[in-house]
Design a protein around this ligand. Structure first.
Ligand code: 26Q
Length: 811
């Protein structure tokens, strides 16, 4: 915790501003004020950062490295202030200078180096590791362009590149002296020296990996961990850029472009895999740079390579960093001269893997030919791993060729990354109970029977520091006033709040806080979309990536149905609702983009119809991102978690909503199941097919969406409205959605769950009318959200997977 008072802070700030801008604070522009504050906070952080690194160097504690293609950090200023314990002091200091801290915080660009759940989870984990005194560091890519910015123009998504580094990034520190070289292409020369096979990589294309470090500040504990992101740069000496020889010059430019493309942009697909060579390059690039620097650092401080497994743990966030496995083998064998068996033992004990999806189309596999050419030495190692593995299988499963070929790491001309990750790591985990069960019993059953001990569950979590303390200060105050501050270090202490829920006074306060947050969001909606919404209506929210399995269309259909009912019966007695959507579609995902258009069309029709003006409004907000989520979530009454059961591995926004006192309407999918187990049936609204029913339909068939539709007049009308011009003069506009629901037999059971969903929504309407009980439900959700803090998740990883020392026990 930083020991600084308001006056000191004021003085430091004015000085910093002057230093940076050569003028007085009062003459500065807002962005300059933000930047100066950011730089000052970074100064405050640096002392603890250096000390933390010193401590790690001199200690024998295991260092954890979390490898991820994505880190979706969002903004950092507010969080850094909070974790340093000076956000209040800073607010007061700035108030006295006539500056609004929150306004400055709002000027920060989101650090959007991730697509969604997986990237945000990595960010929450970094925060928890630092706050729990765990030496845990992030390793990823410093994309020049993050996840694209989304504009909704004429109801359609338009992608704009996210040039987040245009303004100065005050948080990162370039570490040129820690650069590494990553090698692509070329050939491998094999020779025997002293009876040992040696491999030399020749004619390769070298890429300079330049690291940028960002501090990860722990909560009031003096710990500052590091997120290291790698940028790809040309190796300058290799080519002479000033050469007058035209051929060489062009070659040099080509080389420069090819290298810089590696860390140019984040791939915006989050559930669909396409075998792009550049993506493979990205994956190897950061994994190789990261591992080389880890091993280099380890040896520099006198570490014995044979003890590496006791000193470091490498965690891979989905299969994207799986090349860490053959790369570590390469370093241990080719650079460190260990034999295969030793390198293998170390690698297996060091690496652990999390699976985040069971969608078959998201499984990574790389064409052998492409892989071999780009990464010749790595390919040799993968081949050898596969040969040894298959031999084991032949001995074990005599004659069971189908099974062996399914499990093989290389097959049908592809390298299957999940198979490699499972075979070569000591731990494989799913991210919620149901998800892990499905991995074990279905998706990865062959491997589960071979290695039952490797498989385990780690239900996801979210950092309550950002997702409660920072984004909902009023609720945080109410909680500390009633149950004290212990929940901040021990989030499950939130349970103490439950007994206060009998107090009507407390329930009214909850309602008032929610209303205040809704008022703020209403203003934001008016400012950005020009739509007036009623803060006294139910804020009914579905914000997440747009994807068929998440079923935004189910939500659309029921709004269309409600609209029809209201037109037929203007006196229909419903609690007014505001339907809020936000989310990005992958640029190449036609159906998802079409869904955005449908939402926009419904919004256009409904919002301009005076007959329903006081009853319903529909809003599609632009550019969903971490900072927008921080505004929407505290203002939500009803959280929509309506994925097709079995498809959402966990979900994490479901946890954020409950922590902020929203009631959830959900299918029994992912972590929704665990949320229900916590709050009990009365405090959540559940509907829809269960996992068994869904799996049974997928396996045995028997579902006909036409039948369901033909037996339901409402659905007949609604599906017709999709193609009869009701929602667009161009009748073909929503043909694709219509086709998916009917001609392609509704893969995600939208029509099947429709009736139950509507009934569930009616229950919500009834529940909300009993305001006092509704507030109790919200309170129960808050009280039981502590278990979904990522602190709990990280402790489970630390003890169950990484074997890192558990110093946090002393907290
Ligand atoms: C893979 C190859 C090529 C290009 C892109 C990708 C790719 C990128 C991102 C594949 C998947 C992702 C992201 C997946 C993801 O976010 N999954 C979500 O992870 C959350 C955290 O565990 C879960 O809560 C969600 O249920 C899950 O959908």
């Amino acid at each position: 915790m930083l020991d600084i008072n308001k006056d000191e802070l004021k003085k430091d700030y004015e000085k910093k501003f002057l230093e940076l801008n050569g003028k007085e604070l009062r003459d500065g522009a807002d962005l300059q004020k933000y930047e100066a504050l950011g730089m000052l906070v970074r100064d405050y952080v640096i002392r603890a950062w250096i000390n933390t690194n010193k401590k790690y160097k001199n200690s024998s504690e295991k260092q954890v490295y979390y490898f991820s293609m994505e880190f979706l950090l969002g903004r950092l200023l507010g969080d850094a202030l909070l974790n340093l314990g000076i956000r209040e002091t800073c607010k007061e200091a700035l108030d006295e200078l006539g500056i609004d801290l929150y306004k400055l915080e709002n000027l920060e660009q989101d650090q959007g180096l991730g697509n969604g759940g997986l990237g945000r989870l990595a960010a929450c984990f970094l925060d928890s590791m630092a706050s729990l005194n765990i030496p845990g560091h992030g390793c990823g890519i410093r994309y020049k362009y993050g996840f694209f910015e989304q504009k909704i123009i004429d109801g359609k998504q338009v992608e704009v590149s996210d040039n987040w580094l245009r303004e100065r990034n005050v948080w990162e520190m370039k570490k040129a002296d820690k650069s590494e070289i990553v090698k692509f292409g070329g050939e491998i020369k094999t020779e025997t020296i002293n009876g040992k096979l040696m491999f030399t990589h020749v004619n390769y294309e070298p890429v300079l990996a330049l690291p940028y470090d960002t501090p990860v500040v722990g909560y009031k504990n003096e710990v500052v961990n590091t997120l290291r992101l790698w940028s790809a740069e040309p190796v300058c000496n290799e080519f002479d850029f000033s050469s007058f020889n035209r051929g060489d010059f062009l070659k040099a430019i080509e080389y420069k472009n090819s290298v810089e493309s590696i860390s140019l942009v984040l791939y915006p697909e989050d559930s669909f895999y396409e075998g792009k060579k550049l993506r493979l390059k990205q994956e190897y690039f950061f994994v190789s740079a990261g591992l080389q620097s880890i091993v280099r650092d380890y040896k520099k401080h006198g570490g014995n390579i044979l003890e590496l497994e006791e000193k470091i743990a490498i965690h891979i966030n989905d299969t994207h960093p799986t090349l860490a496995i053959p790369e570590l083998m390469r370093i241990l064998m080719d650079d460190e001269r260990l034999d295969w068996e030793t390198a293998w033992r170390l690698t297996e004990n060091i690496v652990s893997y999390t699976n985040h999806t069971i969608l078959a189309e998201a499984l990574e596999k790389w064409p052998v030919e492409m892989f071999k050419k780009l990464l010749p030495r790595i390919y040799m190692i993968v081949e050898e791993i596969n040969e040894r593995f298959c031999k084991e299988l032949w001995n074990k499963y005599i004659g069971q060729w189908d099974k062996i070929s399914r499990m093989s790491i290389i097959g049908d001309g592809y390298i299957r990354m999940a198979n490699l990750a499972i075979v070569a790591s000591h731990s494989v985990n799913g991210v919620a109970k149901l998800h892990t069960e499905i991995l074990k019993k279905k998706e990865m059953a062959d491997f589960y029977y071979l290695y039952p001990k490797k498989f385990n569950n780690k239900t996801n979590g979210i950092t309550h520091r950002r997702w409660l303390l920072k984004c909902n200060p009023e609720l945080t105050n109410l909680l500390t006033e009633t149950i004290g501050e212990s929940f901040i270090k021990h989030p499950t202490d939130l349970e103490n709040f439950e007994k206060y829920l009998d107090d009507t006074n407390i329930r009214e306060k909850l309602a008032q806080i929610k209303l205040n947050n809704k008022n703020k969001l209403a203003t934001e909606i008016y400012n950005t979309k020009g739509i007036i919404v009623d803060p006294n209506s139910i804020f009914d929210v579905q914000v997440k990536r747009i994807h068929a399995y998440k079923r935004q269309t189910l939500n659309c259909l029921r709004i269309m149905e409600l609209y029809n009912r209201l037109i037929e019966n203007p006196n229909l007695d419903i609690v007014p609702r505001t339907f809020i959507f936000a989310g990005k579609a992958a640029p190449g995902y036609y159906l998802a983009k079409n869904t955005i258009e449908l939402i926009s069309s419904i919004a256009h029709k409904v919002n301009n119809d005076p007959r329903v003006k006081d009853k319903i409004k529909v809003v599609m907000m632009d550019n969903y991102r971490v900072s927008l989520a921080e505004k929407i979530i505290p203002a939500t009454d009803l959280s929509e978690q309506i994925s097709t059961t079995t498809k959402e591995a966990s979900g994490t926004s479901n946890m954020k909503f409950m922590m902020n006192g929203a009631v959830t309407i959900a299918t029994l999918d992912g972590a929704n199941i665990e949320i229900k187990d916590e709050v009990k049936e009365d405090n959540i609204v559940i509907f829809g097919l269960d996992a068994e029913e869904v799996l049974n339909y997928y396996k045995n068939g028997g579902y006909s969406s036409w039948d369901v539709c033909n037996n339901d007049l409402r659905l007949m009308k609604l599906t017709t409205e999709l193609i009869d011009g009701t929602y667009n003069v161009d009748r073909r506009r929503f043909k694709c959605i219509h086709e998916n629901l009917l001609d392609y037999n509704d893969e995600f059971f939208v029509l099947k769950d429709f009736d139950e969903y509507l009934k569930a929504q009616d229950r919500v309407d009834k529940l909300y009318r009993d305001s006092s009980n509704w507030q109790r439900m919200c309170g129960v959700n808050i009280a039981h959200s502590g278990i979904f803090s990522s602190d709990r998740t990280i402790k489970e990883y630390a003890t169950g997977i990484w074997g890192s020392e558990v110093l946090y026990k002393n907290l």
